[in-house]
Write a protein that binds this ligand. Sequence first.
Ligand code: NIG
Ligand code: FE
Length: 409
Amino acid sequence: MSKLLLTNIGMLATPLGKGPKKGAEQGEIQIWKDAWVLCEDGLISQVGTGPAPAVEAAQVVDAQGSLVTPGLVDAHTHLIFGGWRQNELGLKLHGKTYLEIQNAGGGIQSTTNATRSATEEELTAKAAKALDEMMSFGVTTCEAKSGYGLALEHELKQLRAIRRLQEEHPMDVVATFMGAHLVPAEYKDNRAEYIRLVCEEMMPAVKEQGIARFCDVFCEADTFSVEEARQVLEAGLKYGLRPKIHADEIEAIGGSQLAGEIGAISAEHLIVCPPEGIASMARGNVVACLLPATSFNLGSTFAPARDMVNAGVAVAMATDFNPGSCPCLNLQFVINLGCLKYRLTPEEVLTAVTLNAAAAIDLADKVGSVEPGKQADLVIWDAPDLDYICYRVGSNLTRGVIKKGVIVR
Ligand code: NIG
Ligand code: FE
């Protein structure tokens, strides 16, 4: 049996439980001072305060009086892609909008071209490097979407890259099929046929190979309408893929209302989410997965996070790491934005990037908090307390990262 005893924790901060935290509960986290955590065989077996017990044959790690939290969970990334899109920065500086660039053949379509030309090995190696960097920032579990293949063979290639990372990388990675990210150029005049392909050819193959747990769709003006998104997500349900939806990122066309109606596990972005959308998500128990680094990069407004908490919607936060709207994989920056832009408290923010993020990918029973029975995923911070990591901007404040009871950084 492998044992790791983490001692001398100045502050242990964690939400508790196996499900999402809503309303006032989002800010009601557990804070222990002078604590220790015992990990056995990759799981947390005991948590205590005061002097740590002597444990035979355990590797002892001294946290030196600093802050320890659960490993962070990045519940929304577009991890697998070819190329980058730094050329779009100049276009944006000259006033072109995200949708204008997309409609002119840039944006998702240009990353699709680069992803189609890349091999599975190239995509895997590139993403592994990104996972290393994410882990260095304290992330121990993440979600990864396909959606830059937009053709059966290339969507499956992306999902196989994710499967290889699941096998080879210490990060826990969960896969989302997002064939409905954009109608690719070759189907521009035949949208219905592309949607049929997604629902009747790609989804059965994804199910047969068992390589994704969720299905996502970009419900947006000029991308997929609410009715098209409904069709895609209902087909996903038929193939055992739980629905997620990119909604209200740029225009509020009804995506968040659909999320509630269809019982999506999460709705993403929600930058311009209207009150009806918030109410629908509350009714449907949808986790709102907010992506403030995307607002930052797009120069747009920030999602109404406080209204969501007040309405009893569980709020998670993630990076949205992708080569276009958010070339940022630093979840610590998202923590800063959660406080500074959403005006969430440090306690609410911690829940948003741990337990609620885990709930957004259906893993809240396994990760997202520090308590016996959960996976031993922990971050030791170069910080005395929780406020400190929310307030310091632009540095990497991790001192150590533990994944399944093993020090990985
Ligand atoms: O979540 N909005 C759609 N998808 C991504 C952006 C993809 C891209 O720009 O390549 C997002 O922002
Ligand atoms: Fe996204």
